[in-house]
Write a protein that binds this ligand. Structure first.
Ligand SMILES: Nc1ncnc2c1ncn2[C@@H]1O[C@H](COP(=O)(O)OP(=O)(O)O)[C@@H](O)[C@H]1O
Ligand SMILES: [Mg+2]
Length: 288
């Protein structure tokens, strides 16, 4: 099946958003995330698409990067779409300072990251021996989708100090201002993420994620790129006035990867075969 058709199917099968039921606190960081208990009973850190850090595209980056992380087994808290009803945003808009807000949150569908209890705040690459494959897979994720700044790893406060990657707003070349022109030249080059170098991570640590990346199917790609809902502004992303769903999804996909959809997988074959080992020589694909 052509990727565009897979995307049509994936759009039709998008999971329903969770619904936020209770506000549980605010963070004063860049996106002013708000925590909500949702109707699955779990707690989520929610970034409103109106937040001023990300220009509406930050939520796209957050969803897509986290879902790609999930595909390759990287430790990224599960992401969901969260519908925040007007009853909750009305309360927030009546007293923005109490919610540390610098924008007016609107009811609708927003980005949510499942809250990992009892974790540290952001830190660098640490606790390597407790996290070899987790960090190895994050090195693959950060190298694959490119994070030039603002790396944010958090660690469980209990032992083992398990690592999670959070805050993927600034991934992709051009960060949330990415466009096809900013992405295109970058994906031909594989430069291991500098933050993970010199930490003692080995090919064996990266191996399971690279192996999984090699086996990513077009159907899985379709599910990832079709997850951001239409109301997040695909028209802004594509410049189209009234795109059909299939054209829309395929355009988002090709924009995201900067390549026509059928070339997506060969692109990643290129990634495996050029991934350098720490010594600078090319890694063998068979060892991944
Ligand atoms: N899913 C999560 N589970 C636990 N802690 C989280 C999660 N997401 C974010 N955090 C914590 O909240 C802080 C702020 O969230 P972040 O996503 O970085 O927002 P911002 O984009 O505003 O910087 C992070 O530095 C981290 O400490
Ligand atoms: Mg942050």
């Amino acid at each position: 099946m052509a990727l565009a058709d897979l995307i049509v199917d994936a759009c039709a099968a998008r999971p329903h958003p969770l619904v936020a039921v209770r506000h549980e606190g605010s963070w004063g960081s860049a996106c002013k995330p708000q925590r909500f208990t949702c109707d699955d009973g779990a707690l989520y850190s929610v970034k409103f698409i109106q937040n001023r850090h990300g220009d509406g595209r930050g939520a796209f980056n957050e969803q897509v990067v986290a879902l790609c992380g999930e595909l390759i087994g990287a430790p990224v808290p599960p992401v969901r779409l969260i519908e925040v009803p007007a009853a909750l945003t009305d309360v927030m808009n009546r007293n923005p300072a109490a919610y540390l807000l610098d924008f007016a949150p609107q009811p609708g569908i927003h980005h949510g990251s499942k809250w990992m209890d009892d974790c540290s705040d952001r830190a660098g690459v640490e606790h390597v021996d407790e996290n070899r494959q987790r960090l190895g897979s994050l090195e693959v994720l950060y190298t694959w989708l490119i994070c030039r700044s603002d790396h944010q790893l958090i660690y469980s406060n209990k032992t083992p100090r398990e690592v999670y990657s959070v805050d993927h707003t600034t991934f992709l070349p051009g960060e949330f201002n990415w466009n096809a022109a900013s992405l295109l030249p970058e994906y031909a080059i594989v430069v291991p993420d500098a933050s993970f170098q010199g930490k003692g991570l080995t090919d064996a640590d990266r191996g399971p994620a690279l192996d999984r990346l090699r086996r990513v199917t077009e159907g899985e790609v379709a599910v990832v790129v079709s997850r951001p809902p239409d109301e997040w502004g695909y028209r802004l992303l594509t410049g189209s006035r009234s795109p059909s769903t299939s054209w829309l999804g395929a355009t988002v996909c090709s924009t995201t990867t900067s390549r026509p959809p059928p070339r997506w997988l060969p692109t990643h074959t290129h990634f495996f075969s050029t991934y350098p080992t720490p010594s600078g020589t090319s890694a063998s694909t068979s060892g991944c």
